[in-house]
Design a protein around this ligand. Structure first.
Ligand SMILES: Cc1cc2nc3c(=O)[nH]c(=O)nc-3n(C[C@H](O)[C@H](O)[C@H](O)COP(=O)(O)OP(=O)(O)OC[C@H]3O[C@@H](n4cnc5c(N)ncnc54)[C@H](O)[C@@H]3O)c2cc1C
Length: 385
């Protein structure tokens, strides 16, 4: 198979690249290793199935974007999703838990003012997908090897046990750099210091796990609580209201405050311990959720590597640099949130996934259409030369 631009990874960044290339009428293909699109964006319905257009919308990956993140704001506008954006519920008191003490009304850590999307962030994924010709997107297509030895880029992908070979002029890697180092063989091999550099870039939130507890009634709201909690006691370290914009089923979600290794050791006891915590924080009604789901990102091989098993409480610092390997760098471009290196420090965020895509698209335009842009080349950071 031949294409001008091959995109590896169908998370927000890869989908955004595909969406822009489709608008520019540039020939492209997108390979996604999972059976679904969206990557770290994953919204459930109330039965724990991936949310569709009209069902559920409980976010198990990212939940929010923030005022002033203009790329996200523009994208929801462009995809006609503005009516679905609503503010995180934040009315009422926050709680702070430490040891046996629970303090009420602590200011400063509420997520009030953050934006959510009705139906979950999956709505953005579905809208992007709607704008792509079906024949350009391959799911269950795992890239395993990138070969530059022949003069162009030849990617090998495994799809349903079969080998696909895709030859492209440019290849966009829209996945976390350390995951690429683990799952894709590069030929010729990248220099050892380059590999070490990529492996050192943490994948945002890849070591975390979310618990979602769904309830028929928003009893915490009725008692004057916002649902926002910071806890030093655990097992949930940070809790928020995860209910739909209007009506129920209502929900609370929390991030576990223990590492992936500890979560694995403690196994099935994690759920009752979390429900006990919700009960001591919000009252007896919390003891009987209609359903409970956990998404442990550290156990997901399409997101996390062993290096992500320690939890991070910060977003990764930009670490991609201009490289001394021009053959690679002229044909293989890094998108993906971790590759965002703008001064706004949005790497690791949804906003960074779009920023890196926009930078790569500008570079592809300059490479493929030099007569209109006046440029002729790109480097691995997608910077036109
Ligand atoms: C629990 C959690 C909470 C978060 N909360 C927020 C939040 O509230 N706000 C915010 O802004 N950000 C948040 N983030 C971060 C946000 O989710 C990411 O920045 C963003 O989704 C990254 O998008 P991406 O396309 O760069 O990468 P990904 O979404 O990781 O997409 C990469 C894609 O590549 C695919 N892939 C991997 N290897 C291969 C291969 N070899 N071949 C083919 N395909 C492959 C993967 O399956 C995946 O679909 C959160 C993340 C998590 C996990």
């Amino acid at each position: 198979m031949d294409t001008k631009v091959l995109i590896i990874g169908g998370g927000l960044s890869g989908l955004h690249c595909a969406y822009r290339l489709s608008k520019l009428k540039v020939d492209f293909l997108l390979m996604e290793g999972r059976g679904r699109l969206g990557g770290r964006i994953l919204s459930y319905d109330h039965e724990g199935n991936p949310a569709g257009r009209h069902s559920g919308g409980y976010d198990m990956g990212p939940t929010w974007f923030w005022p002033g993140q203009t790329r996200m704001e523009n994208l929801v506008r462009e995809l006609d999703l503005v009516d679905k954006v609503f503010l995180q519920f934040g009315a009422g008191d926050s709680l702070y838990e430490d040891g046996n003490s629970i303090q009420r009304g602590i200011p400063g850590f509420s997520m009030a003012g953050s934006y959510r999307v009705s139906g979950g962030l999956q709505q953005i994924v579905l809208a992007l997908q709607d704008n792509l010709p079906a024949e350009t997107v391959y799911r269950d297509a795992q890239a395993t090897r990138l070969n530059l030895e022949s003069g162009s880029v030849v990617a090998e992908c495994r799809r349903n046990g079969e080998l696909m070979e895709i030859r492209s002029e440019l290849t966009v890697l829209a996945l976390p750099p350390r995951l690429a180092m683990q799952s894709i063989e590069f030929a010729p091999a990248l220099a050892a210091d380059r590999v070490a550099e990529f492996r050192a870039i943490p994948t945002c939130m890849a070591g975390h796990a979310k618990l979602l507890a769904i309830y028929d009634q928003p009893f915490w709201r009725e008692r004057g609580f916002s649902g926002d909690v910071i806890s030093q006691t655990g097992p949930l370290r940070e809790i928020h209201d995860a209910s739909p914009e209007v009506g129920g089923p209502y929900a609370l979600f929390g991030f576990f405050g223990v590492s992936a290794k500890q979560r694995q050791q403690r196994g099935s006891e994690m759920i009752p311990a979390a429900i006990d915590q919700l009960t001591r924080l919000f009252g007896n009604e919390a003891q009987s959720p209609a359903s409970v789901f956990i998404k442990d990102w550290a156990e997901d091989r399409h997101t996390a590597t062993d290096g992500d098993r320690e939890m991070l409480n910060f977003h990764p610092a930009p670490a991609l640099r201009r490289s001394a390997e021009p053959e690679w760098d002229r044909r293989v471009l890094w998108a993906g949130s971790e590759a965002s290196n703008s001064a706004e420090r949005v790497n690791g965020f949804l906003e960074g996934a779009i920023e890196s895509s926009e930078r790569v698209i500008a570079a592809i335009e300059s490479h493929l259409m030099p007569e209109t842009t006046g440029y002729a080349g790109v480097n691995n950071q997608g910077i036109a030369e």
